[in-house]
Ligand binder design. Structure first.
Ligand code: SF4
Ligand code: SF4
Length: 440
């Protein structure tokens, strides 16, 4: 095992030398063999800080003093990750129905979350959004994501809402960002024309080549969906100058674990980015090991084919590079209940998209928020989830509460597989970050 740790510093030895990372200061550096030898071997799955067993005279050595000095250092450039309550990001279920039936669907198995709703009420949604927009301070960035079900089953609502938000914020110093996540099968010519009038970030859900995508993402009637998605994607790529970006989000499961092959396929589709999201319910350890192994191979292919630019097209790596570049600590994996809320197609509010349909998880409706219910979300997630010994805490931010709950029964009891996977991806990003900065 080549991962070692001393207090808040980890180091990894590879054919690229020894790369070290300072967990609090978010610094990446080369260290010498001597310094590395002072550190204790740890497992990727471990968040325990090893105690330092001083060998005779070792703690008096120059390399130990250098290591200790770096560990004790406080970097004033590092930005606090503390987040105060203030809703700046919303996700809206435009529909709660879908024309596909993906076999891992977390939205009730069929996009309905257990309650089929064809169309969100625009009449109710506009005043609800007005309420949130009015509470924004000047200088804010406001994010609105359209999802479903399949949102393009009701595209008209998206356009009305988009225009309304821009009209409401006109003349105020507020930057609005709009996103949509779609299965890409309903990109009609009318949708194309509509999208040309919207500056929007588009995410297309596609899990891989036709062979696998048809199995995991069939239509509602069990037929192939891939040709329709690829056709839709092609139409989106053709209007790329009108859009903010186009990306592909793939879900990884035991059944669909050949992600290197899928990555090579996605590279041919001319999109801006892709991501491989590990299925929230996947528990298979071998699949996870294969996933981490293939993510390493994918990173190397990206690096060899286009350096940092190509690596950043893998969205997870891009996000971690941004954290390291900005030295912005992340104390919250997501803004659930602090800066983010989910609106279902009946205008009820939740802290997370995957909680839609769970009555106990409703935290408001229309323009009424249950602040008492939100109170328990206000501490930093790394504190609520007891992540203080984890070397990856200020890059990860405490993990996904929904995944934790799915695996342990408690939002704040961490899923060990999630932690090992996340640390693996963060470590991979750190290694390439050092290479990228050395090449710059
Ligand atoms: S949830 Fe994230 S920060 Fe917390 S222990 Fe796991 S990997 Fe570390
Ligand atoms: S808890 Fe997880 S699924 Fe829910 S909003 Fe946060 S990151 Fe997303």
């Amino acid at each position: 095992m080549s991962l070692k740790r001393f207090e808040d510093i980890i180091a990894y030895k590879s054919d690229q030398g020894i790369t070290a990372f300072h967990a609090r200061n978010l610094e990446v550096a080369d260290v010498s063999e001597e310094i590395y030898s002072q550190m204790t071997s740890v497992e990727l799955k471990s968040a325990t800080v090893p105690s330092f067993n001083a060998l005779a005279g070792l703690d008096e050595s120059e390399s130990f003093r250098a290591l200790k000095a770096w560990s004790d250092e406080q970097n004033p450039a590092v930005l606090s990750g503390h987040v105060k309550f203030g809703i700046k990001s919303l996700t809206l279920n435009v529909t709660q129905i879908c024309n596909l039936k993906c076999n891992y669907c977390a939205a009730g198995g069929d996009g309905t979350y257990g309650e089929a709703i064809n169309k969100v009420s625009v009449e109710k949604t506009l005043p609800q959004l007005k309420f949130f927009l009015e509470s924004l301070k000047d200088g804010s960035v406001f994010n609105l994501s359209f999802v479903g079900g399949e949102p393009f089953l009701y595209p008209q609502a998206m356009k009305v809402i988009y225009d309304y938000v821009l009209a409401q914020t006109a003349g105020r110093k507020i930057e609005c960002r709009f996103m949509v996540t779609t299965n890409g099968t309903l990109i009609t010519d009318a949708v194309v024309e509509m999208l040309k009038t919207m500056r929007i970030y588009v995410t297309v859900s596609l899990d891989g080549t036709k062979e696998i995508n048809d199995i995991v993402r069939p239509s509602k009637s069990g037929r192939s969906s891939t040709d329709a998605t690829l056709k839709g994607l092609k139409k989106l790529v053709a209007i790329r100058p009108y859009l903010e970006s186009i990306g592909i989000a793939a879900v990884v499961t035991k059944q669909n674990s050949e992600i290197k092959q899928n990555y090579l396929f996605f590279k041919t589709l001319n999109v801006d980015w892709c991501e491989f999201n590990y299925a929230y319910a996947e528990r298979d350890v071998e699949t996870q090991n294969k996933y981490l192994q293939q993510m390493q191979e994918i990173a190397e292919i990206a690096w060899q084919s286009g350096g940092e630019e190509e690596l950043r097209k893998i969205r997870t790596i891009n996000a971690y590079f941004d954290v390291l570049d900005s030295q912005q600590r992340i104390e919250n994996f997501c803004g659930a209940g602090k800066s983010y809320l989910m609106i279902d197609a009946k205008n009820r509010l939740y802290t997370c998209p995957w909680l839609v349909g769970e009555k106990d998880e409703i935290v408001g409706e229309n323009s009424v928020i249950d602040y008492d219910k939100l109170d328990k979300y206000q501490k930093p997630l790394i504190e609520l989830n007891n992540c203080n010994n984890c070397w990856a805490r200020f890059v990860c931010g405490g993990g996904c509460m929904y995944v934790h709950r799915e695996h342990t029964g408690d939002k704040h009891l961490k899923d060990e597989l999630f932690c090992e996977r996340t640390r693996g991806l963060i470590l991979l990003s750190i290694l390439y970050y050092k290479r990228a900065r050395a090449a710059a």
